[in-house]
Design a binder for this molecule. Structure first.
Ligand SMILES: [Zn+2]
Length: 204
């Protein structure tokens, strides 16, 4: 067995009270804690931005959250400042059991490019080390949960599939930003169409 759980961005800024709160984001925490025992290996990703990150609306005189800009050749939606390195918002949610998390892969560390995926930046130029880690460990399939369905979960899952991993997504273990109604459902459909298995926590 080599069952590996990938926890995506379960950080203070993405749950209630956070700078970029995902509706009901905190509800994934007890699910994560409950299912960890079913896995041989657990890793986590962490959004980890410099304070001047190019995805922050605050970096542009006219920038509004939700605007689209061109960030070094890649279309970028502008976000509120979030998950600034070493800030409380960037910390993992206190209730999340990190004891068995073997490695944390940080992303979004380059101010010039965003990184939704836990594997690569949005330009697919630099790797976070997650693929190398999993490959070295002999992992061929992963189970993914965390935040947010329509951004970092979707990007992580699509990259994982493209890299050749079998991917399970825990349906109750993800929540979406839902900038537009239906974004999360569309993301689930896109992941399923690309070959991900949608599973329920109770069936693990
Ligand atoms: Zn971010």
């Amino acid at each position: 067995m080599n069952k590996t759980l990938v926890l995506v961005d379960i950080q203070n800024d993405f749950v209630s009270g956070g700078a970029l709160a995902v509706p009901q984001g905190e509800l994934v925490v007890p699910i994560a804690n409950r299912i960890m025992g079913r896995f041989d290996r657990i890793v986590a990703t962490q959004d980890w931005h410099p304070a001047n990150h190019g995805s922050f609306a605050s970096q542009y005189p006219e920038g509004q959250v939700g605007d689209f800009i061109d960030l070094n050749g890649i279309q970028q939606i502008l976000w509120p400042d979030h998950c600034v390195q070493h800030s409380e918002g960037a910390a993992f949610v206190a209730e999340l059991d990190m004891a068995r998390v073997e490695r944390v892969f940080q992303k979004g560390t380059d101010s010039g490019v965003d990184s939704y995926s836990g594997f690569f930046d949005n330009g697919h130029r630099l790797a976070t080390g997650l693929d190398e880690f999993l490959t070295d460990a002999g992992v061929t399939g992963i189970t993914v949960m965390g935040l947010a369905t329509d951004y970092c979960i979707k990007a992580t899952v699509l990259d994982a599939l493209q890299l050749g991993y079998a991917v399970d997504v825990i349906l109750e273990g993800v929540r979406g930003v839902e900038g537009q109604t239906g974004d999360a459902a569309n993301a689930i459909e896109a992941m399923a169409d690309a070959g991900a298995n949608m599973v329920h926590a109770a069936d693990l």
